[in-house]
Structures are given as C-alpha cells and as structure tokens.
Design a protein around this ligand. Structure first.
Ligand code: ADP
Length: 487
C-alpha cells in the first residue's frame, strides 16, 4: 500500500448504489505498478451479478435525477469538480502508481479530466430545444432534449481519469445515470473519482463502478441489458467491434472511441525545430500510449535527415524511469506484453531494412520499460506503418509530393488524429480538408481539450466527446407537435 494525504481516497471495494461493497464471490484481484510490478492494492472482482445490480440501481436513481433542474445538476457537478481539483496531488499519485505516466503528466491529466466536469456542469444549462416554424397555422412544432437513459461506460487504462470524466460528466449533466467499468489495470483512479462524487453529494445509484478481471462477462451484461440505453466505449478497435455487435439486439445508442494510426506530416517549408518539439510531445507523451499519438512520421525527403537528427538528439534527453520520481520524462509501459510487442514491431521493421537511429533493444531493468526508439527508412509494408504502435517507437518515412503525403496518411482504416506541419496557409486548408481524420493538428502536437470535439472517422469510432457537441451523445431529441390550437 502507499501513502496519500487523504487515505480514504484509496478504495478497494466496488461502488454500487452509493455503497462500498465486496464482490458477490468474495474474490479480489491485484493491481500492479507497471514501474516495479509490485502489488499496489487488491480490489474486489465483480462479474455479471454486480453489474446487473448496478444497472438496476442506476435505473431507479435516474427516475428522480432526470426531473431535477439543469442548474441543480450543474451545481452538483461543480462540487465534484472542486473536490477533484482539491485532491489533485493524491489523484496524480494514484494515477502514476497504477498507470505509470510521469507525475507531471499525471497532474496534467487530473486537470484535463476535471475540466470535462466543469465544462459539462456549464453545458448542462444549455441543453436547448427548438421552436420550429410550423407548416400549419394551427400547429406548433417543438423539440426537447431529454436524457437518453441509463449509460454504460467502458474505459481504458491509458487515461484512467480523463476517459471517465469525459463520459460521466456529460451523462450526469444530461440527466442520466452511469455504470462505469474501468480497465482492470487501473481501477484505483475510478474508485477515487467515485468517492469524490459521493462526497460532492451525488445521489446514490447515479454513478456506480464495477471493476473486474472478467471484462467480457461485465461487458456482455452492459452491452445486452435492455435497461442500458447507451454504451460509451473507449478502447481497442477489436473490442469496440465486438461491443457494437453485442448492442445490436437491444438497439442502443453507442459512442466508440477506438484505435488511431495518426500520420504526422512534415512539409519542406516547416519550422523544423517546432515540428520536432511537437513530435516529442505527440509521440512520447504517456510513453506513446495514447490513441492520438503520432504513429507515422511522413517527412519531406529534403528535410528528413535534419528532422531525424534533431528528433534523435531530443530523444537522448528523455529520462526513462519510475514516473513517481520528479525528473522522469518517460515512464514504463502498462505491462510486459506491451514491451514484448514493441520488440516484435521493431524486429519486423529491421528485418525489412528499416534503419535503427536510437533505442530498439529492451532495457535490463525491473519494470515494463522499453526505450524510446526512432526508425528511419520505414515503408508502408512494415507493421509499424500498418498498426497502432501504442508505445515509444517513432517510424519515419519520406515523401516528395503533397499528393504522396496525403495518400500515405490516408492509407489506413483508422481515422482519429492527424498532424501537419507547414507555414503555407493554402496548404493548411487543402491538406486538412483531404485528410480522413476526425482531428487535424496544424503546427501543434497536443490537440486534446474539453472545449473541442474529440472523435474519429473510419474505424476509429462513432460520436464526439467534449465541446458543445459532447452532450448530444447522451440525449434524445423529442419532437412535440401541438395541433388545433385555434378555438
Ligand atoms: P487495450 O488493448 O488498450 O487494453 P481494450 O479494448 O482491451 O484495450 O480495453 C479497453 C476496455 O475494454 C477495458 O476496460 C477492458 O477491460 C475492456 N474490455 C476488454 N475486453 C472486453 C470485452 N470483451 N467486453 C467488454 N469490455 C472489454
């Protein structure tokens, strides 16, 4: 176990219907530190029965919640936001310990995650309907936005705070109740968030957290139970597809935030130093474990050598280690499988004649570390081009014409984020419009913000999170036709 300023934030039971409970089986599972592989805590292991109970409780809780005023819901969310902000240090520590990212990044995630709560507290009050000019003189045409119903949220381990708040805050703001299934690698952040929501006065049952190692069993209940009206998932594309199929029988509304394969295009007229800075942030943040991480560096052949040299020089300056140490800039990967997968990807590229610029061999130390790695002379046949890397490997390939760059960038089923670097305004418009992505960063490597819509096209997903559009995913539009108003 570990020390917190507020030790009551370290929760190891399930949070269902406002109570901390053991699993029905009495079983629990260990949560490991990816930096040391030591056990941090042992957490109750939920399955189908607890999930079903949480869904029923959510349904009961929603009956009153959906009748509250938007202002009431906003005030409650605001209290939750204040508590999350007040406990930033403890939440960051839990985050770094169970997920591995450097403590500075963990603090940034808590701030970013809290920002969604604040944003949707404000948006709750703007769930406007319309009065539409009618075709008939004695009719009036109106729309209302109403909460979609009980929401199931399945979240990943790479942003264990922000991926929860960006689903739960809009759901609660809209008048819904939520059952969360966080990733089994990072349940402690989810449970601490639930404790703070409870302290903020959230009525029981509105937010439940079921954690467990049998993700398929919990997921099956969440995606097939007819009480659940909306499933919001962030995670891998294969699991997203499974869940989409599973929701078909009960015709649920779904949001899917799935894998990316972000191109990072550097044109010949760019400020190379700026592009390299952005590349470092986009590629190596969270050790490359984000769905918007630059996955393929597509660099104009005339500047590729300079770009590569500058990138390698910056990579040499990264300090790899346990994220809890203040000066560490790149932490461990989530588990040993992820480390092994990095080596498989690097070996595949080297076997096909890529050039290893730096990194590329596993580190002989305790914990799940893989060194930041740069590969040049990469080609589209290599796995690092075709697959989402989800780790600290930067593959560089070159292009000569704008058409080639766009065609390479779009040569993937994924369509989440993309990045372009150029000083030409006309090119910015042209290329941004042609890229098949939900997000385009222009001369910028960090693009996530609660004020902007986050989401992908193609197999990267359905729906948008954050921004003024984010509430829509948790509402239904009701059309009301008032007829015969003339006496
Ligand atoms: P990753 O490979 O990044 O761990 P996953 O898609 O496996 O991505 O995990 C994202 C979330 O989906 C986690 O909460 C995980 O427990 C959950 N999950 C994994 N498999 C299933 C499944 N078959 N049904 C429902 N949820 C699942």
């Amino acid at each position: 176990m570990f020390e917190l300023n507020d030790s009551a934030l370290l929760k190891t039971k399930l949070f269902i219907n406002g109570e901390w409970v053991e699993s029905d089986s009495g079983e629990s599972f260990p949560v490991h530190s990816p930096a040391t592989n030591q056990i941090l805590a042992t957490v109750a292991n939920a399955g189908k029965s607890e999930t079903r109970y949480a869904i029923n409780c959510a349904n009961n809780a929603m009956q009153l919640w959906q009748q509250t005023t938007a202002k009431h819901r906003a005030n409650l969310l605001k209290k939750w936001f204040d508590l999350v902000t007040e406990h930033t240090e403890d939440l960051s520590k839990i985050l770094t310990l169970e997920q591995g990212k450097p403590i500075l990044e963990a603090r940034a995630e808590v701030t970013y995650g809290a920002a969604y709560i604040e944003w949707f507290a404000e948006e709750a009050k703007r769930m406007y309907g319309d009065v539409i000019p009618s075709n008939h003189p004695n009719q009036r045409t109106l729309t209302l936005k109403q909460p979609v119903g009980v929401v199931a949220a399945i979240t990943p381990w790479n942003f264990p705070i922000a991926m929860i708040t960006r689903k739960v805050a809009p759901a609660l703001a809209a008048g819904c109740a939520v059952v969360i299934k966080p990733a089994e690698a990072t349940p402690l952040c989810a449970l601490a968030l639930a404790e703070l929501a409870s302290r903020a006065g959230l009525p029981k049952g509105l937010l439940s957290v079921v954690v467990g190692t049998n993700a398929a069993e919990i997921g099956q209940e969440l995606s097939t139970n007819s009480i659940v009206k909306k499933l919001s998932f962030t995670g891998s594309t294969p699991v997203g597809k499974l869940l989409l199929k599973a929701t078909a029988d009960t015709v649920k509304k779904v949001s899917m935030e799935l894998g990316g394969n972000a191109p990072f295009i550097v044109f010949e007229d760019t400020d190379i130093e700026l592009a390299v800075e952005a590349a470092m942030a986009s590629k190596f943040r969270n050790a490359g474990q984000t769905c918007v991480c630059a996955n393929r560096f597509i660099v104009h052949s005339s500047i590729a050598q300079e770009f590569t040299e500058q990138l390698v020089a910056k990579v040499k300056g990264l300090k790899i280690g346990n994220g809890i140490e203040q000066d560490v800039t790149i932490g461990p990967l989530i588990n040993k499988n992820a480390v092994n997968n990095m080596q498989v990807l690097v070996d595949d590229a080297l076997a096909a004649n890529a050039t290893l610029e730096i990194g590329g061999t596993p580190l002989e130390q305790e914990g799940n570390y893989y060194p930041p790695t740069v590969l040049s002379s990469v080609t589209p046949e290599m796995r690092v081009f075709k697959e989402e890397i989800f780790g600290p490997i930067a593959p560089i390939l070159t292009f000569d014409t704008e058409e080639q760059a766009i065609s390479l960038a779009n040569a993937t089923d994924a369509g989440l984020a993309s990045y372009i670097f150029t000083q030409c305004q006309r090119k910015i418009w042209r290329v941004s419009e042609k890229l098949e992505n939900g997000i385009v960063g222009v001369n910028e490597g960090i693009i996530s913000s609660e004020v902007a819509p986050f989401g992908g096209v193609k197999t990267s997903g359905l729906g948008r999170e954050g921004s003024k559009y984010g509430l829509d995913d948790y509402t239904e539009i009701k059309y009301i036709c008032i007829g015969n108003i003339e006496e």
